[in-house]
Design a protein around this ligand. Structure first.
Ligand code: F6R
Ligand code: MG
Ligand code: MG
Length: 370
């Protein structure tokens, strides 16, 4: 197939089964049916209907380019159709991520999460798509940094001449809605000032420096900022291309051998480990978690999604799972105390403002008056 293809991953939580733990098979069936007819009509080259926890992910290849109104409209309408099924089955939080009353041009800013990438398919095109539940977009900062900027993770940065120049990171400020490009490795110290604060700064895209080839893309939506009230988690997705001058599959997976602490557990208000899991283990349970990630491997061929292979289900991640479960115990023992609970400025959407208001008159000054 000649010419560029676009890989779009658009996801939403349109109803949980039971609570916020899983997606009912009937919703998945509905999504599958819509995807199949879009493929038959020629809108899509191929699709893979996936999920993690209570989120449905529409993984699509097509020729419509990034930010295509037709693709985004299709995704929105598919989620609407799934919402109808969710309502009928009394699913929890039916339609929760569809924040607008009607679609208007692009799903970005309307609730669903979206990661897209346009590229010329290589002779062989291995891609890994990560889906996470009970966390926020900044959760990818740590693993994406390891993959594309840390030689202790990715030895290819040192010994593969095609990667040796490094990568360009596009970082977004979710609060002021600005972006900046960092050249790595030259600017890693500057970049880490920002991406070490993942609740505000997130890596949106990564490009190979030598030829600007797109290497990774994430979803950055933050539902809290969109809705200005708490409506659920942002549960992000990430696309990573691999091999032949990009990190090897094993280098892409390696960061998940350490279940780093992320925000988003219980009520979006707690830190916990990001546990790598198999597709069969993608349903958060304990304290609505712990947060988890699945890795879906595809070989893209003529635009077709050959896969997925369940990349993080492998036995070599058992130890990470064990560490994550121990970390879960450790964090849970803190109960309502930080650092398990998020800091106050990230809890504004909870009871905090109300309690502050109620007690405002009872606070007495302790200032030493001079
Ligand atoms: C949702 C989530 C859950 C909910 C919790 C309370 O993605 O992570 O932890 O925040 O179950 O949900 P509500 O407020 O709907 O009862
Ligand atoms: Mg939910
Ligand atoms: Mg979710």
């Amino acid at each position: 197939m000649s010419g560029k293809i676009t890989l779009s991953v658009i996801k939403a939580d349109v109803g949980g089964y039971v609570g916020h733990s899983d997606v009912h098979p009937e919703l998945l069936k509905k999504a599958e049916k819509e995807l199949e007819s879009a493929k038959k009509e020629g809108l899509l080259i191929d699709y893979s209907r996936q999920k993690v926890g209570d989120d449905i992910a529409l993984i699509m290849t097509h020729k419509q380019g990034m930010d295509s109104v037709d693709i985004h409209k299709f995704a929105w309408e598919t989620f609407e159709a799934c919402t109808e099924v969710a309502k009928e089955l009394g699913q929890y939080g039916a339609g929760q991520d569809l924040l607008a009353d009607a679609f208007s041009g692009n799903v970005k800013g309307m609730g669903p999460g979206c990661a897209e990438m346009e590229f010329e398919e290589r002779k062989s095109e291995p891609v890994i798509i990560f889906l996470a539940d009970k966390t926020e977009p900044g959760a990818w900062n740590f693993p994406i940094y390891k993959m594309f900027a840390d030689p202790f993770n990715t030895i290819g940065l040192v010994i593969d001449p095609n990667m040796h120049d490094g990568f360009i990171f596009e970082v977004h400020d979710l609060i002021e809605e600005k972006r900046i490009l960092f050249n790595c490795p030259e600017e890693i110290y500057d970049m880490l000032v920002f991406i070490g604060a993942p609740s505000r700064y997130v890596v949106k895209n990564v490009f190979r420096k030598s030829d600007n080839e797109p290497a990774a893309a994430t979803s950055t939506q933050k539902l809290f900022f969109i809705a200005e009230r708490y409506v659920g988690k942002d549960d992000p997705v990430m696309i990573v291309r691999s091999q032949s001058g990009l990190p090897a599959v094993g280098e892409v997976l390696e960061p998940f051998s350490f279940p780093h602490a992320v925000a988003g557990w219980m009520r979006g208000s707690h830190h916990g480990p990001l546990m790598p899991v198999s597709i069969q283990q993608d349903t958060p349970t304990r304290f609505d978690g712990p947060p988890r990630v699945v890795g879906l491997g595809y070989q893209i061929s003529k635009g077709r999604l050959i896969g997925p292979r369940d990349m993080l289900g492998d036995v070599s991640y058992d130890n990470a799972r064990r560490v994550a479960l121990n970390m879960a115990d450790y964090f849970r023992t803190h109960g309502p105390f930080e650092p398990h609970r998020l800091p106050l400025d990230e809890m504004e959407y909870t009871t905090m403002p109300g309690v502050m208001k109620k007690l405002a008159d009872r606070f007495e000054s302790t200032k030493v008056v001079d």
